[in-house]
Design a protein around this ligand. Structure first.
Ligand SMILES: *Cc1c(COP(=O)(O)O)cnc(C)c1O
Length: 404
């Protein structure tokens, strides 16, 4: 009898281990970089010195003034308590000041700004606030994977807007069927763009807002790279065009501008209703950003911006080194005016994944296969210039020995 019970108990625990995950989780497409990760591990175990252009995470430390501010703020007991859901008013005021200076757009810090735990968090929650079962969200491909996956998780249907090289990696609204546009509730756009490095001109924002008005679509502009631009180019905010903030929200991040990816702070601004609804949803998910980080964020936005200029100079030199270096091995790419990504075509006869695997195996160079950013990214690979120039030179040397 005891044995039977023990056996039953064992069986029961074994069953427990296999609780079926929710369908919504099962539906998430498999991790597309799994193959690359495996190759990386294999190469490392063979003693290969990897040069990793894979991750879009700046290698440069956070500027000192921001760290110093954090050091002070962390000792202040009032920062040890739950922060306010929508973010400290002082942080939202700093955002509003920064916006005014940078874009000449006026934002009410009380209801047109919300603090985010990194912009990814806000982007991820947007479909939860706006997309219901079967609703359509327009998402770019290639693109930051969060737009599509979170739409699926919210029960919605992502409708893919292909970003093609011949269109400057901008979506063609005239190719989207009208019934789709009427059904769509939100649209994600992202300029300067990850992964293509493309930027949008004024008329693109104007056209996007016309679509938003005609079909009643909320535009979600991911502006994570608005400050990482070169050669005098100044990316614009969609709110410069949507003057009454009727149709759009914009997501910003301190991660890339101030090399603060690990700190987790960003913000969303724009249409009051959208900010309210996103904030309302968030009150049930998280409890805001650690206040000491918000205090550091205020320093980032309102303190000296010299570090941003220095960071950009570093990226610009790396960009030039990579673009020139690729040319010497017969890979011609457009020099991006913004972001820290270079988007290049894989050589004839390879898929993105095959080429990226070959690169790791034969040269130890890691790049990201374009197909990881959606089907439309097939045929390309992405180089993140988040490693220093010596390593870039070394990578170009190794590329010269690659037999394609
Ligand atoms: C890095 C990145 C983000 C997210 O940045 P956070 O660290 O969450 O602020 C959002 N969108 C794009 C396109 C990015 O590349």
């Amino acid at each position: 009898m005891i044995y039977v019970l023990q056996a039953f108990a064992i069986q029961k625990t074994q069953e427990r281990k296999m609780v079926k995950p929710a369908l919504r989780v099962e539906k998430i497409p498999p991790y597309l970089f799994a193959r690359i990760d495996k190759k990386k591990t294999e190469a490392k175990s063979r003693g290969i010195d990897l040069i990793d252009f894979g991750i879009g995470d700046p290698d440069i430390p956070t500027p000192k003034n921001i760290i110093e501010k954090m050091k002070e703020a962390i000792y202040d007991p009032k920062n040890h308590r739950y922060p306010s859901y929508e973010g400290m008013l002082e942080f939202r005021q700093a955002v509003s000041e920064w916006y005014k200076k940078r874009f000449e757009v006026t934002l009410d810090p009380k209801d047109e700004v919300v603090t985010l735990i990194g912009s990814k968090e806000g982007i991820a929650h947007m479909p939860w606030a706006y997309v219901e079962n079967g609703d359509i969200a327009l998402v770019p491909s290639p693109g930051y994977p969060v737009y599509k996956i979170m739409t699926i998780l919210a029960g919605g249907n992502p409708y893919i807007m292909p970003l093609k090289e011949e269109n400057g990696f901008l979506p063609r609204f005239d190719l989207i069927p009208e019934d789709i546009l009427y059904k769509a509730k939100i649209m994600f756009i992202n300029y300067p763009n990850n992964p293509t490095g493309a930027h949008a001109k004024d008329d693109f924002f104007e056209n996007t807002l016309k679509i938003a008005e005609k079909y009643n679509i909320l535009i979600c502009h991911d502006a994570a790279y608005s400050e990482i631009a070169y050669d005098g180019y100044k990316p614009r905010s969609i709110l410069e065009f949507d003057k009454d903030k009727k149709y759009s929200v914009e997501f910003h991040s301190l991660s890339k501008t101030y090399c603060m990816t690990g700190w987790r702070i960003g913000f969303a601004v724009g249409n009051k209703d959208a900010i309210y609804n996103l904030g309302k949803l968030k009150t049930n998910v998280d409890s805001g950003v650690f206040q000491a980080i918000q205090v550091a964020g205020i320093e980032a936005l309102t303190g000296s911006q010299n570090s941003v200029e220095d960071i950009k100079k570093i990226f610009q030199r790396r960009r030039d080194a990579v673009v020139e270096g690729l040319k010497t091995v017969g890979i011609n790419v457009t020099k991006p005016l913004a972001t820290f990504y270079i988007w290049a075509k894989v050589p004839e006869g390879y898929t993105s994944a095959d080429f990226c695997e070959k690169l790791i195996e034969e040269t130890g160079i890691v790049v990201t296969p374009g197909s990881g950013f959606g089907d439309e990214g097939e045929g390309y690979f992405r180089i993140a210039i988040t490693i220093d120039e010596d390593r870039i030179d070394e990578a170009i040397k190794r590329l010269k020995s690659l037999k394609i």
